[in-house]
Write a protein that binds this ligand. Structure first.
Ligand code: NOJ
Length: 769
């Protein structure tokens, strides 16, 4: 009772600040606007017992693909009893059709199950990890990857995917930065929309479409100190301006479901946060789908300090949570809570209705087996076309961080030494969050390179080192069923062999970085260097004096200051997916000219974290003109990052003209056009992501120094030049003020266009109301 009361109090407090928000939809509606669906669901619900209604709110995992440490028991019997609304973590026509049979043929009301899975960056054909995918800045490629994932997953009976993850992250210590699109709300919003479109298609009833589940609502990426599952405490302005836009964009794109996050938000855990799940998501944004908790997040409310399982289950339902993942808090306590007056029949009905509506929208009542199709399963998976799409996406995701003396692209001749723990490896190519991807079907870097160079060059190989010899890191990163294939030789022996190999080569390609297990969920790191063992290997290789190209695998920005000083080139390939080796080879040897741009700032050292381009100026801004007292800076490192947001090189060079504005001053809702001419001044054709930033130097609150507002990816032949124009409207000038009104204020604005967030050309404009 005590906790329920405190939540009421909190609701009142939050309501004060929320009152000022523009409310797009007045109330959470029980009627969807689809009369056919409403009457079908209402009709079905009149037949349902209380137990059956509560059963729909129960999502279980039966342990085929484990994604957490608790597994539900007695799943078969529960399905028959109508105690389960959906199952996740399973795939394959065989298993899914049997489970659906149990629900449809053996439960009283024959209500089909919904089948969910963590299809994060591909199902069978694995695409680059999301952070890599975001570096393509290519919405077409991103949407297509989701569409392919949906078509492969639906063939196996999956109708619901736990993706996209749209959490903004500014702290690379957080392992799950790998699963999102980086630090920027505008880019993150575009990607959220593209993913939802790719998954859901034109109708979720289509047999190759799935329902998206947008996660993790909300602000999971704002965890203090980058530590997994940690507290989030954030001002409302920062939330609305920088962290919430991608979730909102996903709602606008029609996402069918949301997943609540593990973290607290200003003291209230997201999973029991009525302000978040009802006021913001439904009333302000007009979301009409259903909300599922994250894995055991309902029972974890107890550890958050909100009370026993019965109390927290009631709190979560009342807050607006519709489905309970794994915890079985809803299943085991809601009936009792109803009797005791702690929840209402209406609250249970509303949640049940939303889950049934999702099944209806997916067409499961028309055909519960609609996408369970062994024929499709075998024909749509890992096809040559899907592989080509994965290869193309991977190539576009790579970011060239350094290319001294134009050492890249490499010539397909001479002796090339491939060295490093990731050079001859299949499983690590796939990255984090791969459930159905088969490592044996992935292309290793060495295989890809051998295929691309053929007999023109001689490929030498030495493993050089294990991932790490740090016993703590080894113990923590490789468990929960994860195996590391370790070379049992002493570290020095491996290094010696690598040095001998390097000495015979004209160029060394060192394939190093993070293992997939060092990234993703439950993989926060306090040190974001390449592990020491691999750095020892690199030190020895640098000493040979041979030109060294680093091919870097990583699920987060790493601190590469030392590597950047010593290596001749660095190509960041994240974790590229099934076609890894082919894509790496294409880029190393110039079959494709890289154009990826980083979407999360790379710090110089971990002490600069959190670091992001759209920061505030402070009252004592740092200007990088040398040491100065009383500035907002550090005395041991400059404020500048190693690589800024939006940064990435090409094998060619681009020149930007000054920015031309269509007008020097504007009024009201006029539109401004900003134009630059971009020229390819090098010798190769290449793509460039032209980025538009706007800054608002004087306002009623202190604004970010700049904000990304648009971008265009263009292709230029050598010597070619193109005019690139952006239309800017007052929509691009708006921000959340202290009353949380989303509006713009008249005055001066600086328009910046450039190749990354730091390297821009700018022009000033006056804009009056
Ligand atoms: C926990 C993770 O936070 C979430 O991203 C995932 O979808 C669920 N487990 C289900 O596996």
């Amino acid at each position: 009772m005590k906790n329920y009361f405190s939540s009421q109090v909190l609701r009142k407090i939050v309501a004060v600040s929320v009152l000022a928000m523009p409310v797009t939809v007045a109330v959470a509606q029980t009627k969807s606007g689809d009369t056919k669906m409403d009457s079908f669901v209402s009709g079905l619900m009149t037949k349902m017992t209380l137990d059956e209604k509560i059963g729909q709110l129960n999502l279980v995992t039966s342990g085929r693909a484990l994604t957490g440490s608790v597994v539900n028991k007695g799943v078969e019997e529960s399905i028959k009893k109508g105690n389960i609304g959906g199952i996740f973590g399973v795939y394959g026509t065989d298993y899914i059709s049997k489970a659906q049979d149990l629900a449809v043929k053996n439960s009283r009301l024959h209500i089909p199950l919904i089948f969910g899975l963590d299809v994060i960056h591909g199902h069978r054909t694995i695409f680059p990890i999301p952070l890599g995918m975001s570096a393509t800045w290519d919405m077409g490629l991103i949407e297509r990857s989701a569409k392919i994932a949906a078509s492969e997953a639906t063939g196996e009976g999956i109708n619901w995917v736990f993706s996209p993850m749209v959490d903004i992250a500014r702290d690379p210590r957080w392992g799950r930065i790998s699963e999102g699109s980086g630090e920027d709300p505008y880019l993150g919003s575009q990607i959220a929309k593209a993913m939802v479109k790719g998954y859901q298609g034109t109708s979720m009833k289509n047999s190759d479409a799935v329902m998206a589940c947008v996660k993790h609502f909300a602000l999971y990426g704002g965890a203090e100190a980058g530590r997994e599952y940690n507290t989030v405490d954030m001002s409302l302005i920062k939330m609305y301006q920088d962290y919430l836009p991608p979730y909102k964009a996903a709602v606008d794109a029609g996402a069918g479901s949301f997943m609540s996050s593990f973290n607290t938000i200003n003291g209230v855990p997201a999973t029991a946060n009525q302000w978040l799940l009802t006021d913001v998501l439904r009333k302000q944004w007009g979301f009409k789908g259903f909300v599922v908790s994250d894995y055991t997040a309902v029972s974890e409310l107890t550890a958050h300090g909100l009370g026993d399982l019965q109390t927290v289950s009631a709190l979560a339902l009342k807050a607006g949570l519709d489905m309970d993942m794994v915890a079985e808090g809803f299943l085991t306590t809601l009936k009792k809570s109803l009797k005791e007056g702690k929840v209402t029949q209406q609250e249970i009905d509303l949640a049940c209705r939303r889950v049934l509506e999702a099944k209806y929208k997916l067409g499961l009542f028309d055909n519960p087996y609609k996408s369970i199709n062994a024929d499709v399963e075998s024909k749509t998976e890992l096809t040559e076309t899907n592989r080509l799409a994965a290869r193309e996406t991977a190539e576009h995701s790579f970011v060239l961080l350094k290319n001294q003396g134009q050492i890249l692209p490499l010539k397909k001749s001479g002796n090339i030494a491939l060295i490093g723990p990731l050079a001859d490896n299949h499983s690590e190519m796939l990255g984090t969050w791969v459930i159905a991807g088969d490592p044996n079907k992935s292309v290793s870097v060495i295989d890809g390179i051998k295929k691309v160079v053929g007999s023109n060059a001689n490929i030498l190989y030495a493993r050089g080192s294990n991932f790490t010899d740090d016993s703590l890191l080894n113990a923590r990163a490789w468990f929960f069923g994860m195996k590391q294939i370790r070379d049992t030789r002493p570290a020095q022996e491996m290094i010696d062999e690598a040095v001998e190999t390097a000495k015979k080569a004209d160029v060394v390609v060192a394939v190093v970085g993070e293992s997939a297990n060092m990234t993703g969920e439950s993989a926060s790191r306090s040190d974001i260097n390449i592990p020491e063992t691999q750095r020892d290997l690199l030190k020895a290789l640098f000493k040979t004096g041979k030109p060294i190209v680093l091919v870097l695998f990583n699920g987060r920005p790493l601190t590469l200051t030392w590597e950047n000083e010593h290596a001749n080139a660095i190509l960041d390939v994240w974790a590229p997916g099934t076609e890894a080796g082919n894509a790496v080879a294409d880029v190393l040897f110039g079959n494709y000219n890289p154009a990826g741009k980083i979407t999360a700032t790379f710090p110089k050292n971990v002490g600069q974290v959190p670091i992001y381009y759209n920061h505030k100026n402070t009252g004592r801004p740092f200007d990088d003109k040398g040491p100065a007292k009383f500035k907002s800076d550090y005395i041991d490192v400059s404020n500048a990052p190693l690589f800024p947001f939006g940064y990435g090189l090409s094998y060619t060079t681009f020149n930007y003209s000054d920015v031309k504005l269509s007008k020097a001053s504007l009024k009201g809702n006029e539109t401004l056009t900003a134009t630059v001419t971009v020229s390819n001044t090098g010798k190769l054709a290449g793509e460039e992501v032209v980025q538009l930033y706007v800054s608002d130097p004087v306002a009623s609150i202190s604004r970010s120094v700049k904000e990304l507002k648009n971008f265009k990816k263009i292709m230029l032949q050598p010597g070619e030049q193109k005019e690139v124009s952006f239309n800017i409207s007052t929509q691009d000038l708006k921000f959340y003020n202290t009353r949380l009104n989303y509006d713009w204020e008249p005055g001066q604005f600086i328009v910046e266009i450039g190749t990354n967030s730091s390297d821009v050309h700018s022009a000033s404009v006056q804009w009056e109301k």
